[in-house]
Design a protein around this ligand. Structure first.
Ligand code: BTN
Length: 254
């Protein structure tokens, strides 16, 4: 059983986010699913929900998210957000988390944390409406980070683990580093949108100037992100702004 720094996180976050609570569950299907269920039942309070073990962790594009208790950090942050423009939210989240953890962590558009071209973590953002006529939506920001190395079964590239960079780190320590800055950055995003995060994202952009292939087969060279968080790709047909989160991008073989 891990010891979670729930109180320290609460003390750092609650003054700027009234009603905030921290909850740790030994087991749940998925921390995102749980907060989405609660939101649909009218519970839209700000909460950081840690799942020590997920039995049905979910990734983007309907994929499963595999993690082993103790060897990974899996949590969801639920809070009301009312930004003028939601574009680039997952990039802002990735930027915040990477900055809190280590300078060597890169970001692979739209929302993977990468270490030396291997996946270190992922972000799954879902939103639910709440209340009649209330402004904004309830955002559920789910984050999974590999803490200890795990077998690469079924994956083409073995995943990365945070302990490669921080040998002593465990899931509670990683959460303590990133939770309060993440809430602050989300509040910053709500105020000014992705614009403020664009240079911070670009400083860690793993795809910059690299050949990429879009999922529709288009080949090109990644050229940073726009102020709206779209991936800019130089293609034979000119500069293309890729905004759909359904587009997957990988560096072409080289
Ligand atoms: C991805 O890379 O496809 C996103 C992975 C997101 C995984 C996290 S783990 C905590 C939260 N609960 C889930 O079921 N998924 C997210």
């Amino acid at each position: 059983m891990l010891r979670w720094p729930a109180e320290a996180i609460w003390e750092a976050v609650a003054p700027g986010l009234p009603g905030f609570t921290v909850e740790v569950l030994p087991e749940i299907d998925s921390s995102n699913s749980e907060l989405m269920r609660r939101a649909r039942n009218g519970q839209a309070e700000p909460v950081l929900l840690v799942a020590e073990r997920q039995t049905a962790g979910r990734g983007r594009l309907g994929r499963a998210w595999q993690s082993a208790a103790g060897d990974s950090l899996t949590f969801s942050l639920g809070l009301r957000l009312a930004p003028a423009d939601w574009s680039g939210l997952s990039l802002a989240v990735g930027t915040s988390v990477a900055e809190s953890l280590h300078p060597a962590i890169r970001l692979k558009w739209p929302n993977d944390l990468w270490l030396q071209d291997r996946k270190l973590g992922g972000i799954l953002i879902e939103t639910a409406s709440f209340g009649e006529g209330a402004g904004g939506r309830y955002a559920v920001i789910g984050i999974g980070i590999n803490i200890a190395p795990r077998p690469a079964t079924g994956l083409s590239t073995p995943p990365a683990a945070l302990r490669e960079l921080l040998p002593e780190v465990d899931a509670p320590a990683a959460l303590l580093r990133l939770a309060a800055p993440l809430v602050r950055d989300l509040q910053g995003f709500e105020q000014v949108g992705f614009r403020a995060f664009q240079p911070r994202f670009e400083a860690r952009d793993a795809l910059r100037d690299r050949p990429v292939t879009l999922s529709d087969g288009t080949a090109g060279t990644a050229h940073g992100v726009s102020e709206a968080g779209s991936l800019l790709v130089h293609t034979a047909a000119g500069l293309q702004a890729v905004s759909s989160s359904e587009v997957s991008v990988r560096p072409a073989a080289h």
